[in-house]
Design a protein around this ligand. Structure first.
Ligand code: SF4
Length: 444
């Protein structure tokens, strides 16, 4: 039993300060080190564990323009030749990985194109890239091919080409339907492009179309947020993903805050952002959607799948290709080099383009899956008993009791279930389940 006392979420500050709020992995990235890069070779040279699925993530680090809230590795100044050089390097990386015992002979169960802006590539570049990827690791058996798009890049020919790649889930980074908000936050697209792109995507009959929104962009207002919800519901996408705006240190917004000596970001506070997501979820439920995670509403929960998310959150092997991409191989986390020149140089030298790594222990893998699955709003105790031999209700008795007393979750004989309020602030609750040595300063 672990009775560590924890920081109550209620005492955390409400203003949006600089830093990361969203928890996407465990142990935190700050614990991954160059020293542990050797562990990646060990992992790739091991045999796969029967039953563990394999996924591919391809990072396209190019965008038309850098959004002011963006914290990803993106480039806005690369020409067609630079892009081709980069894509060639990712194929070389994939070929090198596909020869390793962990990967050889396996077929990807899911493939994800993220960025950056995958739809920034031309139809020809996309066709060639995916043909070459499939020649190395055929993905005809994949259950999901997910693809992120920036609406302004989607001309009709592009969407037809994306459909022909076999993409099953098209994710449109709309973020807001308001042109002033899009402009002031540095987005490249405008609302007219959103509607055109959405109609074209419907015409192509993708299995699943997702819309991304952000609650709390700079200059968001109550009235504009309500219009975002109404317009989303009017489009009736298969799923809607809503992020609460965070301001990590490498964003343009943070750089401006620093220059002006400001500690509080010029966006809504956390209480307001949570209320906005709560209102959006309620409106979506009223329109027939159900809530599938702390960020997602789905129209048809039987049909709408998130294979990448669900497999990753239950321990799948994930090979990340490209600059700054993240991987998880046989229990080893690693991240690629985060500058494109260094990445290309490593590939040209025939080396793995590694920046940092972390070998997880079985206990850390259990905690990782637990905190990631908490984001679904429901964790099955039987899964952890069977897979890790751990009784979650005993292991985390102190934390669960404390969060239960705050009305954020309930524990039954079979599951931990978050309340709606718990789900809306789930990322702030997860630190309580970290091992003591991994608890770092918390933003909210
Ligand atoms: S489109 Fe996405 S990846 Fe590109 S700059 Fe904007 S937020 Fe970043």
């Amino acid at each position: 039993m672990n009775n560590d006392t924890a920081t109550p979420a209620a005492t955390a500050t409400n203003s949006t300060l600089a830093g990361n709020y969203f928890i996407s992995n465990y142990p935190p990235f700050s614990f991954w080190t160059e020293d542990q890069k050797i562990e990646v070779e060990v992992a790739l040279n091991s045999e796969p564990v029967p039953g563990v699925k394999l996924g591919l993530y391809h990072h396209i680090p190019f965008c038309r323009k850098r959004c002011h809230f963006c914290y990803f590795r993106v480039y806005t100044d690369k020409n067609a030749k630079d892009i081709q050089t980069y894509l060639d390097a990712t194929i070389a990386e994939l070929k090198s990985l596909a020869e390793r015992p962990l990967v050889k002979g396996r077929k990807p169960h899911f493939v994800y194109f993220g960025g950056g802006t995958p739809s920034y590539l031309s139809a020809r570049q996309l066709g060639e890239l995916t043909d070459r990827m499939k020649a190395v690791l055929p993905w005809e058996a994949a259950e999901e091919i997910a693809f992120e798009c920036e609406p302004g890049t989607l001309n009709p020919g592009k969407l037809t080409a994306i459909k022909e790649l076999g993409v099953t889930r098209l994710s449109l980074g709309i973020e807001s339907f308001d042109d002033h908000i899009l402009e002031i936050n540095g987005r490249a697209h405008r609302s007219s492009e959103v509607f055109t792109a959405y109609e074209r995507a419907k015409t192509e009959k993708f299995e699943q179309i997702n819309i991304d929104l952000i609650a709390g962009m700079v200059e968001e207002t109550e009235a504009k947020w309500q219009r975002n919800i109404e317009q989303t519901i009017a489009l009736r996408p298969d799923s809607v993903t809503i992020y609460q705006m965070e301001i990590p240190y490498n964003t343009t917004i943070y750089k401006e805050m620093k220059a002006e000596g400001k500690l509080v970001a010029p966006v809504a506070d956390w209480q307001t952002k949570r209320r906005w997501v709560k209102e959006a979820f309620a409106a979506l439920e009223g329109a027939g959607y159900s809530i599938a995670s702390g960020y997602t509403a789905v129209l048809n929960s039987k049909k709408t799948k998130f294979v990448y998310r669900d497999e990753l959150w239950s321990g799948a092997d994930l090979l990340g290709l490209g600059v700054a991409s993240f991987s998880h191989a046989a229990g080893v986390h690693y991240q690629n080099l985060t500058e494109i020149d260094a990445y290309l140089a490593a590939i040209n030298a025939g080396e793995l383009p590694l920046k940092r790594a972390f070998r997880t222990s079985p206990d850390e893998r259990m905690i990782r899956e637990f905190i990631l699955q908490m984001k679904l709003g429901r964790v099955e105790l039987g899964y952890f008993a069977e897979k890790f031999g751990v009784d979650i209700s005993e292991r985390f008795a102190g934390q669960l009791e404390h969060l239960g007393a705050e009305g954020l979750l309930k524990v039954s004989a079979t599951e931990v279930r978050l309340s709606r309020d718990g789900l809306l602030c789930v990322d702030t609750l997860l630190h309580e389940f970290f091992l003591q040595q991994h608890r770092t300063s918390q933003i909210v």
